[in-house]
Design a protein around this ligand. Structure first.
Ligand code: HEC
Ligand code: HEC
Ligand code: HEC
Ligand code: HEC
Ligand code: HEC
Ligand code: HEC
Ligand code: HEC
Length: 301
């Protein structure tokens, strides 16, 4: 009797809490004081530009809700008359827009090898959203320390590789070194891969530890942290105390040793590999014959 009378009460509680759980949570995060998403939350919303191409005007609410700017209203970035401003922006004007608030990063970026090319109208190089959004979108900027952010330490090499692992793109700039491959092969790259605990990554070296972040320089620029042995040694010393010029001079950078390129390292590598293989094979043979002899002796007995 008693059990049956509980059902309406449970039903009432569920009827109140389920909608709160389902609908309450999505409105908590992002600011949208002017209800822009009532139109721009529609995936089909597009406009047609002068050349007749359709441009999507869809803003993914979920990405906005979990992004770094969820507490900034749309009109803070877009002005109170967003429909008066012509978009889309170029890579440079986009950086300018981000720079209106993030002045420090913007200034550094403009002086970097990427920023200087942007200023010349080059659209191949990195602008803010290339490194801060997983899908090149100003509405899905992820906080830098979020574990799935493109800027999270373990992910940085992949983020740079989006461009620097593109052979065709790099050939246009005469950058021939396979920088991503050589990094993943190096002890630093391997240590980063093997780091199991998030905290264990903090002392490992990735691209930005050697090249800088917003102030990345061309390697032929004498102020680059990897240009010349003195600068390079200082860069290593951040993590290898007292490393000095000698330590740094043993570093091949991204270059692969070959008979033409750094022959000493190439042949040393071959000698060591041959030595290692012969020592191990000799050891294996000794053990094999010892086992055979032992077994034969046992069998005879
Ligand atoms: C009633 C629906 C509606 C609302 C509300 C709305 N928009 Fe739009 N928005 C549009 C349409 C339609 C276009 C395309 C206009 C065109 O074809 O040029 C557009 C274009 C834009 C553009 C591209 C710029 C342009 O004119 O081409 C931006 C940026 C934009 N909206 C931002 C916003 C922001 C921010 C808000 C809130 C303050 C907002 N919109 C509110 C419908 C809306
Ligand atoms: C952190 C700053 C920032 C915030 C906050 C922001 N936007 Fe944007 N939005 C941008 C930038 C920068 C662009 C330009 C992207 C481009 O042109 O490539 C843009 C582009 C757009 C476009 C597309 C215009 C086009 O032609 O490509 C729409 C629509 C838009 N925003 C709507 C919104 C709405 C709606 C919100 C609030 C939910 C919002 N934005 C919040 C920075 C912001
Ligand atoms: C080449 C990739 C790259 C580009 C381009 C880039 N960033 Fe960053 N940014 C990073 C990385 C990596 C970090 C994390 C740095 C760290 O952990 O110390 C970062 C950190 C930040 C931070 C957090 C504070 C800080 O300085 O650590 C802000 C804000 C930021 N960037 C804004 C910008 C803006 C604005 C632009 C464009 C003008 C931009 N970034 C361009 C890679 C980039
Ligand atoms: C209207 C000012 C404004 C504009 C424009 C703006 N931001 Fe921000 N941004 C902020 C504020 C404020 C925060 C801090 C939010 C917080 O701490 O919750 C932030 C946070 C960030 C962070 C996270 C920093 C961290 O420590 O994790 C990054 C990355 C970032 N912005 C990049 C960008 C990029 C890229 C653009 C251009 C598309 C941009 N911002 C445009 C105000 C702005
Ligand atoms: C331990 C330090 C270190 C790390 C980590 C590192 N680099 Fe380098 N990088 C160098 C040095 C030193 C040079 C200059 C010598 C050379 O070209 O090999 C260089 C050169 C470069 C060049 C210019 C190559 C050319 O042919 O002109 C690019 C591009 C580059 N690095 C990108 C990256 C990227 C992307 C990553 C991460 C995937 C990375 N680097 C990781 C030290 C490092
Ligand atoms: C959107 C594409 C893109 C991304 C992302 C990008 N780069 Fe670049 N980067 C380029 C291009 C293109 C150049 C060539 C510019 C030139 O030489 O004029 C370049 C140049 C460089 C150079 C100078 C090479 C030289 O000639 O000495 C270095 C170093 C570098 N990038 C490092 C990085 C690092 C580290 C990251 C990640 C944190 C990164 N880049 C992310 C496109 C990108
Ligand atoms: C951000 C920190 C950091 C920077 C910068 C850095 N390293 Fe390392 N390096 C490490 C760590 C951590 C290890 C140990 C990897 C492991 O085995 O876990 C390591 C390992 C090495 C090793 C392997 C042998 C050993 O001592 O364990 C060599 C060689 C090395 N680094 C050379 C360099 C050179 C040369 C530079 C400068 C061009 C440099 N590193 C810059 C963090 C760094």
């Amino acid at each position: 009797m008693k059990r049956v009378s509980l059902f309406p009460a449970i039903g009432l509680i569920l009827a109140i809490f389920i909608p709160i759980l389902l609908f309450g949570s999505t409105r908590v995060y992002s600011l949208d004081e002017n209800n822009c998403l009532s139109c721009h939350g529609n995936p089909g919303l597009t406009k047609t530009n002068g050349e007749g191409t359709k441009i999507s005007l869809y803003v993914n609410e979920e990405a906005v809700n979990s992004g770094a700017h969820r507490f900034i209203d749309c009109t803070t970035c877009h002005t109170s008359e967003p429909h008066e401003v012509i978009t889309p922006l170029t890579k440079l004007s986009l950086a300018e827009k981000c720079g209106s608030c993030h002045q420090y990063q913007y200034k550094l970026h403009l002086q970097s090898v990427h920023g200087q090319q942007l200023a010349r109208g080059n659209q191949d190089v990195a602008t803010c959203v290339d490194c801060h959004s997983p899908d090149y979108n100003p509405h899905s900027i992820v906080r830098v320390l979020q574990y799935d952010a493109p800027t999270y330490k373990k992910n940085i090499a992949r983020t740079c590789a989006n461009c620097h692992n593109n052979e065709e793109l790099m050939a246009n700039y005469a950058i021939v070194e396979k920088v991503y491959e050589s990094y993943t092969r190096s002890f630093h790259g391997k240590a980063m891969q093997l780091g199991t605990y998030e905290i264990s990554q903090l002392d490992k070296a990735t691209c930005t530890n050697c090249h800088g972040v917003h102030d990345i320089k061309s390697v032929s620029d004498p102020t680059s942290p990897v240009a010349g042995l003195e600068n390079l040694a200082k860069t290593c010393e951040q993590c290898h105390p007292g490393a000095g010029v000698e330590f740094a001079s043993g570093f091949l950078g991204h270059e692969e040793a070959s008979p033409q390129n750094i022959p000493a390292a190439h042949y040393t590598e071959i000698i060591f590999t041959t030595l290692l293989i012969s020592v191990v094979s000799f050891g294996a043979l000794v053990v094999f014959f010892a086992t055979v002899r032992f077994s034969v002796n046992r069998w005879r007995e």
